[in-house]
Ligand binder design. Structure first.
Ligand SMILES: [Zn+2]
Length: 415
């Protein structure tokens, strides 16, 4: 199974916006892009929202049928592990093997020694085509990398083997993710992670490292843009080298778990992939749910009232809502408007505060981040929430489509 050069993960908490998402993708494809949609949803999201993997599959299939879309598309079991993978086997054809929690777990000494020995030919000054200065590969570095990543890649092998047995070789896309950790992986580490995966026969097609900088949920990138650009380009070059050197799948590419809306690094990524003629997978999960709330606010009346209720219910539960996302949320409580204040807002004021237009005078990233993690609040509202989404489907859908097309695809692919 091939993913295609460009692909986008459009996570959708409530599985109601498949058509609007696909419509944005088809609009980009009409301009000649050829980007593949992937509907991704993590186990964590399914649990909070109360959906099951079949819902994501139905959402994708229905959108494809309704819009008469003829291209390839996938359903991604996002961030699964050996404990959670089984219920996704039937409905998914893309699996994100999350092995982050195995980073740093001890491996057998003989395995570490065997890995280090297998890297003898790379020791010394290793020149990766395109990277200016050679990488300095020492015995110590190799031991360090093995200590950090051998157990994690072994775990990827175990999940992959399970899937291979259940679904058959070649019948699914394999992604390996290590992004939900504190410290970024360097391009050198990426090189040897890929060697480990190749040694173990894991045909990884997308790899999601942790990049330098902060990837907070739903807001822009925070970090050193030059450093990111350097690291991102080196990762792309390392992957190119690893594909040839270790015999990994030809179409192996980076997967950027963006946490949505990393507008300031989109042009950097666009330049690098264009410069080296490489592919990219980008996950923008979460963005769609915020557009639903914006759409309800824009609809006014009962929609706006519900959008206000979601804020009210989130404001008082913010510690609990933010807890699972502690590493990727930076809310300054002093910058959050009071419930009374928000209850007095117009449709426009609410939408402009939440919508991600960074230089808009009403935009408030604290407000946006809180709503971003508040989908559990909407899930608890149940039909009250989803019935209004259906009632205001047109305005909500246009917000979802505009967001993916105008704010994401246009920036990422210079449309
Ligand atoms: Zn991730």
């Amino acid at each position: 199974m091939k993913l295609g050069k460009y692909s986008i993960g459009v996570g959708d908490r409530f599985t109601l916006q498949g058509k609007a998402q696909l419509s944005a993708i088809m609009k980009a494809n009409e301009k000649g892009l050829e980007i593949t949609p992937v509907w991704n949803k993590s186990n964590r999201e399914h649990i909070y929202v109360g959906t099951v993997p079949a819902d994501t599959r139905n959402e994708a299939d229905e959108a494809v049928k309704a819009l008469n879309y003829k291209g390839a598309y996938f359903v991604d079991a996002d961030h699964i592990n050996l404990d959670t993978v089984s219920k996704y086997v039937e409905m998914s054809d893309f699996f994100t093997l999350d092995v982050a929690s195995f980073i740093g777990k001890e491996s057998k000494k003989e395995d570490v020694d065997a890995f280090v020995a297998s890297c003898k030919k790379y020791m010394g000054q290793l020149q990766i085509p395109g990277i200016e200065s050679p990488l300095n590969i020492t015995d110590e570095l190799l031991h360090d990398v093995a200590g950090k990543f051998l157990a994690a890649t072994q775990q990827a092998y175990e999940i992959y083997s399970y899937l291979k047995k259940e679904k058959g070789e070649g019948n699914f896309i394999t992604e390996v993710s290590m992004d939900e950790v504190e410290s970024p992986q360097t391009p050198i580490e990426m090189l040897f992670i890929l060697k480990m995966l190749a040694d173990k026969g894991v045909p990884v097609q997308t790899i999601a490292p942790k990049f330098t900088g902060r990837f907070n949920k739903g807001v822009d990138y925070v970090g050193d843009l030059d450093q990111f650009a350097k690291e991102f380009e080196e990762d792309v070059l390392v992957i190119d080298y690893a594909v040839k050197e270790f015999g990994l799948p030809q179409d192996l590419k980076l997967s950027v778990h963006s946490g949505s809306d990393k507008f300031s690094i989109y042009p950097i990524m666009a330049n690098v992939i264009a410069k080296h003629d490489k592919g990219l997978h980008i996950k923008t999960a979460g963005t769609t749910w915020l557009e639903e709330v914006i759409g309800l606010a824009v609809a006014g009346g009962d929609g706006l009232s519900l959008a206000k209720k979601i804020y009210e219910n989130s404001y008082n539960r913010r510690d609990e809502l933010c807890a699972p996302y502690a590493d990727v949320i930076d809310i300054d409580p002093a910058q959050l408007p009071s419930i009374e204040e928000v209850n007095g807002w117009s449709s426009e004021k609410y939408a402009n505060t939440l919508r991600h237009i960074p230089n808009h005078p009403d935009y408030n990233s604290n407000f946006r981040q809180l709503i971003h993690v508040a989908y559990a609040v909407a899930a608890k509202l149940g039909d009250e929430y989803t019935d209004l989404l259906t009632k205001h489907a047109e305005v909500v859908g246009s917000c979802v489509e505009e967001n993916i097309y105008d704010r994401h695809l246009k920036r990422l692919f210079n449309l």
